[in-house]
Design a protein around this ligand. Structure first.
Ligand SMILES: Nc1ncnc2c1ncn2[C@@H]1O[C@H](COP(=O)(O)OP(=O)(O)O)[C@@H](O)[C@H]1O
Ligand SMILES: [Mg+2]
Length: 473
């Protein structure tokens, strides 16, 4: 056996049998000390392909030139490499169906989700795609994206503003395209592809998160209706929270025909993926170890080497691609050692080309939160209609005021709670507080009093809007 030889074994089990395997056991049986040298693919039935490499084939996956990230004519971007050296591509747009893709990027902490996301974001920028991005780790996960996407936010309120803005743009496009007699989305003819991405989506969607229900509604609706209007919604999350991501119902739709990438997982995560129907029970994926390389046992009487084994970050499976059981790895991007401030190598990935913006025809629909690229409560207050208390499921029906403009609010999320009696509107609650007070109250004081009256908790922005509206009446 020379150091360069690659061996490939084809394995066939008798018809009726399914091939199941334990990659570590197989490596041991083949006397391969470093399991990352072994690649196993199955057809989910009785065939398997086992490849034995002289060394980890994915140790170094280099992007030849950042310009290569731009989308090809089939709507795919090149994000990395499969173990056999074939390009790993993911689809953002399907030109035949005329539809945007939706997607999920899963993996445990440190698996490489945010870095992989930067590869995708750079590809979107270089493809003229309009990207709204929520980095819910306060902007720490993908800092280089800030000036390289159309709208960057770091708060749950900002994420909600982006979701609602996208949803309103979706309604606008629907009307325009219907008038033009179009049933499909044609990229850049004339409108750009739109992409809404949420990193650490679990923070927005997990149980107890304040916007869970609303966010779930928008993600579901955009995921369902947005495709033929050129709008894709994409989530990155720690899949340990799988059933917590707004309920598995939302996900099931996205998983069924979305672009799904699975990076390193934990065993509970895997159980959930199988029970949620993402993976067929019979389909086996070789787990991704945290480190590659053979584990060397060192006697207590010898000196141990104190070097870290190389990591496997960015390795995983493109479950929706043509080779779902074939291990792939995102391009190795960014500086090898952490740098102060923004990483110049990461910035180079995006390049200094222009950042695509939402088409002018949708600016009115998008409104003030988009115009100001707002974030936080300010963004939320700018885009959400001045709410009636919509706990009865009617949705916000009020008119929205901003800068003298009035807009009939589109129907909001329907979250029926039919047994609940109609509660007071925010305006009524604020009025009651003002009537009870004996002097001047500022907005913060009103907020405190309103939130103490036993009704739904509201935000300062909503109170401010209400005060302004009451004053104008
Ligand atoms: N594609 C990649 N290229 C180079 N380094 C990577 C890649 N993916 C992950 N890493 C390394 O692993 C670390 C953790 O990755 P990260 O993307 O932050 O994981 P996650 O978002 O899943 O927690 C990064 O700081 C980086 O050093
Ligand atoms: Mg991350």
């Amino acid at each position: 056996m020379t150091a360069e030889t690659i061996y490939e074994l084809t394995v066939e089990a008798p018809p009726g049998d399914l091939i199941a395997y334990d990659p570590i056991r197989l490596a041991s049986a083949l006397r391969i000390e470093d399991p990352s040298r072994l690649a196993i693919e199955t057809d989910g039935m009785n065939h398997a392909l086992v490849t034995i490499y002289p060394s980890d084939p994915l140790a170094d996956v280099e992007l030849p030139d950042p310009r290569e990230l731009a989308m090809d004519d089939q709507g795919r971007i090149w994000v990395g490499s499969y173990h056999n050296g074939r390009p790993a591509r993911m689809r953002l747009y399907d030109p035949k169906a005329g539809s945007a893709q939706r997607g999920l990027l899963f993996g445990t902490t440190g698996a490489g989700k945010s870095t992989g996301l930067q590869v995708i974001l750079a590809a979107e920028k270089r493809s003229g795609i309009v990207t709204f991005l929520s980095d819910l780790k306060g902007g720490q996960s993908v800092p280089e994206a800030r000036d390289n996407v159309d709208w960057f936010v770091t708060t749950p309120e900002g994420a909600m503003a982006q979701l609602r803005t996208m949803w309103l743009v979706m309604q606008g496009r629907q009307i325009r395209y219907a008038e033009a007699g179009r049933s499909k989305f044609l990229m850049n003819r004339p409108d750009p592809l739109l992409s809404l991405r949420i990193d650490e989506a679990n923070r927005l969607l997990e149980k107890g998160a304040p916007f869970r229900d609303e966010a779930t509604y928008y993600i579901k609706d955009i995921g369902r209706t947005g495709r033929s209007l050129g709008i894709g919604v994409h989530l990155s999350a720690q899949a340990g929270h799988l059933e917590e991501l707004g309920g598995s119902d939302t996900l099931r739709g996205m998983l069924k025909d979305g672009e799904v990438i699975l990076l390193r997982w934990t065993s509970t995560m895997m159980r959930q993926l199988v029970s949620d129907g993402l993976l067929a029970a019979g389909q086996s994926l070789a787990p991704i170890p945290k480190y590659s390389g053979a584990i060397k046992l060192v006697s207590q009487f010898d000196e141990a080497a104190d070097e870290d084994a190389p990591g496997t970050q960015g390795s995983g499976y493109l479950l929706s691609g043509p080779s779902p059981t074939s291990r792939f790895r995102f391009f190795n991007v960014g500086s090898t050692t952490p740098v102060e401030g923004l990483d110049p190598e990461m910035l180079a990935l995006y390049g200094d080309g222009p950042v695509a913006q939402l088409e002018k025809a949708s600016w009115d629909d998008a409104g003030d939160a988009y115009a100001g690229r707002l974030d936080g409560p300010e963004a939320y207050a700018a885009i959400f209609p001045m709410e009636e208390e919509d706990e009865d499921g009617e949705g916000g029906g009020g008119a929205r005021r901003s800068g003298g403009k009035k807009r009939a609010a589109a129907p909001g999320p329907a979250m029926p709670e039919p047994t609940k009696p109609r509660t007071r509107t925010l305006a009524e609650r604020v009025q009651a507080v003002l009537e009870d007070s004996d002097g001047d109250m500022d907005a913060a004081a009103v907020l405190e009093a309103v939130n103490a009256d036993g009704g739904r908790q509201v935000r300062l922005g909503s109170v401010r809007n209400t005060l302004t509206a009451l004053k104008n009446n």
